[in-house]
Write a protein that binds this ligand. Structure first.
Ligand code: UD1
Ligand code: UDP
Length: 364
């Protein structure tokens, strides 16, 4: 079976790393990797391919522009050409980025069945570019690999059982990645020592979501709250290039510890050793749970509702008082991390076997 994987953003490299590794165990799967170039700084892209042994992309696209239309349109055109040349049995996409919708749209117009990993997630906030990307990708995909029960329920409510597709709850490939790479991180990373961090006494933070960075009020409020928390417990924040640009634009200079984006092994070491996580990232909310750390989410809603329902994570939005008040109650979060919310690390295997067993299911 020949599969073309389309990826382009940091979280997709981490997800694809474990799935590609699994594909290598099956000699009847050939994977061709297309990197759309969406993320291009070496610490947002190359470092993940090197550290996580992701096969070098067979195709490396050049980003067409930074607006959503030009970026997605440019990718669409180039991916179509590649698919016409490669003529794969399936196209595989991850998550909800512009690379995801470009890959799935190019494939569906050529009647090539698409496998969507992280299908069924919803924030119900149509202002998020990710919400548009994921809804459209789900609708035109054939294999809908859902990480959670809530994701399956969303698809059922939207009538997906009436469509010609397979809804498969396979668990979360990020759980596979966390389990696999956590075994190696302590020997690969020195990030705790090199930043002089006190184990168990620092907050790991990331901020990059467009709804936060592109509003001066929201971003200012977030960083004021982080500065307040930093007076009590060190806040370390690997800075996404989008946020870096906006801090400069709004002339903000926070007092917290800002560092460049780090590799995945460093991130795991941060997660293992921090007190708690503050983030607006999708992936990091789950990783906080994987590494048994409370999480404060700087958003008004989340796709990972099971973390909220079970009190592992709290939505703080961007209100300074609310963020600080939740921070002050961090010891009262649920600490029973034995719940199985995201599978047992077998999500990638389910994907491989499902694709192979139903290779012909969606051929036209
Ligand atoms: C994208 C995804 C988002 C995901 C995030 C993961 C979309 C719509 N958004 O958001 O869902 O959570 O990736 O990190 O696809 N930039 C650089 N160097 C890079 C990458 C980006 O300088 O290597 C800067 C550029 O100025 C770019 C901006 O960051 O214009 C935003 O990048 P973009 O890929 O459009 O969106 P993200 O915010 O990264
Ligand atoms: N991450 C990383 N280095 C960093 C920041 C994040 O390796 O400096 C990892 C993080 O641990 C998680 C993934 O990147 O696995 C999440 O990506 P991001 O927050 O960029 O996107 P999202 O998950 O919100 O789409």
């Amino acid at each position: 079976m020949k599969i073309v994987t389309v990826l382009g953003a940091r979280p997709q490299f981490i997800k694809a790393a474990v799935v590609s590794r699994t594909f290598k165990n099956y000699n009847n799967i050939e994977e061709i990797i297309v990197h759309t170039g969406q993320h291009y700084d070496s610490n947002m892209s190359d470092s993940f391919f090197n550290d996580l042994d992701i096969p070098t992309p067979n195709y490396m696209l050049k980003l067409a522009g930074s607006n959503h239309g030009s970026m997605t349109g440019g990718m669409l055109k180039d991916i179509e050409e590649i698919l016409l040349k490669e003529n794969p049995d399936a196209v595989m996409v991850y998550g909800d980025t512009n690379s995801t919708i470009a890959g799935s749209l190019a494939a569906s117009k050529l009647h090539i069945p698409t496998a969507h990993v992280e299908a069924g997630l919803r924030s119900f906030n149509m202002k998020m570019p990710e919400e548009i990307n994921r809804i459209l990708t789900d609708r035109i995909s054939k294999w809908l690999f859902c990480p959670t029960e809530a994701a399956v329920r969303n698809l059922e409510k939207e009538g997906f059982k009436n469509f010609n597709c397979s809804i498969i709850k396979n668990g979360d490939v990020m759980q596979d990645a966390a389990l696999f790479y956590a075994k190696k991180s302590s020997e690969k990373s020195n990030i705790i020592n090199s930043n002089n961090l006190e184990i168990g006494n620092f907050m790991l933070c990331t901020v990059h979501r467009a709804e936060n960075t592109d509003s001066e009020d929201r971003l200012t409020s977030i960083f004021q709250a982080l500065d307040e928390i930093h007076k009590d417990c060190q806040v370390i924040l690997p800075l996404h290039p989008r946020t870096k640009k906006m801090l400069y634009k709004y002339n903000l200079s926070p007092n917290i510890t800002l560092i460049d984006p780090v590799g995945y092994f460093d991130m795991i070491e941060f997660l293992k050793n921090c007190k708690a996580v503050i983030t607006d990232s999708g992936g990091l909310q789950k990783e906080a749970f994987f590494f048994k750390k409370p999480c404060i989410t700087l958003r008004d809603e989340t796709e990972w509702v099971e973390l909220i329902e079970n009190n592992f994570n709290k939505l703080a939005g961007v209100d300074i008082d609310k963020i600080i008040s939740i921070y002050n109650k961090i010891n009262k979060f649920n600490s029973n991390y034995e719940m199985n919310l995201y599978g047992n690390g077998n999500a990638s295997n389910v994907i491989a076997t499902e694709l192979l067993n139903n290779n012909n299911a969606f051929k036209i």
